[in-house]
Design a protein around this ligand. Structure first.
Ligand SMILES: [Zn+2]
Length: 288
């Protein structure tokens, strides 16, 4: 499942490949991924130029403007374009957005987006992903339940949202309403890096531990972005290599292997309903 780093990699690829290009055609093979309707998404995007790609947590927001091309694009990015429309993309479990001239659409391919000079495919085995017309790129109502992005929120604001919670810190990290973007992989890596047991109630953590968790979360996410993410396909090649951050993972899916710090075998247990890996020595269980 794509998490923040994978979605950020898609955002960067989209910006690089498509900003300033007009979407000439939207070929819809399965309209169920379009909200509120295929017609609404077409009206918001087709015949218009992509001028910005914004990311919040695991959500992408594509901003389109009327009129032409590259000159227009720079104007609109500076906020001058009043005639902007926005389509939010949420890849959910298995959504894949990519550009690959070799690709031939299969039964899981639901959209073809024909930009000037580039065809982008949307493929989604589970069909949970969505393209939704929204009214604003920064604070759409559809994201009212989603917190600030984990890479944008400041420590004081994050701490305020975390420190009073009695839930296990892992559950709080996964709560997208607290801060957006951390999923199961990066939560485990964060808590290992911070030497905090995932079951520790957030409210029981002192300032130093909270500071370590906040710092580790951002460091792990940034490192994963630099390595192209962990689980997700390359935007430029459907058959391409997954991001190579998997090799850098220290605990995720490494149960039974020696802890990279102390050589104690990594354990797996269920926390907040999610499979969780930890080092029982580096991350001691909190007193009951
Ligand atoms: Zn250890």
């Amino acid at each position: 499942m794509p998490e923040l780093p994978e979605v950020e990699c898609v955002a960067r690829a989209l910006r690089q490949a498509l900003i300033g290009r007009r979407l000439d055609r939207l070929d819809v093979r399965f309209a169920g991924v379009l909200r509120p309707s295929a017609a609404a998404v077409r009206a918001a995007a087709v015949g218009r130029t992509l001028v910005a790609v914004h990311r919040r947590g695991k959500y992408l927001i594509l901003t389109f403007a009327a009129g032409a091309r590259r000159q227009m694009a720079s104007v609109a990015r500076e906020g001058a374009g009043r005639d902007e429309t926005h389509v939010m993309v949420h890849l959910r479990m298995t959504g894949q957005l990519f550009c690959d001239p070799q690709f031939r659409p299969d039964a899981h391919t639901h959209l073809a987006l024909d930009f000037e000079g580039a065809r982008v495919w949307y493929r989604d085995i589970r069909k949970f992903g969505r393209f939704t017309v929204v009214e604003d790129a920064r604070t759409p109502r559809a994201l009212a339940h989603v917190g600030q992005d984990m890479l944008e929120i400041g420590f004081a604001a994050w701490r305020e949202r975390v420190a009073s919670r009695r839930a296990p810190i892992k559950a709080v990290l996964l709560d997208q309403g607290v801060a957006a973007g951390i999923g199961n992989i990066y939560a485990d890596e964060t808590l290992f890096g911070a030497r905090v047991h995932p079951l520790t109630p957030a409210a029981a953590l002192d300032g130093a531990a909270l500071r370590r968790i906040y710092g580790q979360a951002r460091a792990v996410l940034r490192l994963a972005i630099r390595h192209g993410g962990t689980t997700y396909l390359n935007f430029l090649d459907f058959r391409g290599r997954p991001g190579n951050f998997r090799r850098k993972l220290r605990v995720y899916q490494r149960e039974g292997e020696p802890c990279p710090r102390c050589a104690t075998p990594i354990e797996r247990r269920v926390v907040a309903g999610r499979s969780t890996r930890l080092c029982p020595r580096c991350q001691p269980q909190p007193p009951a």
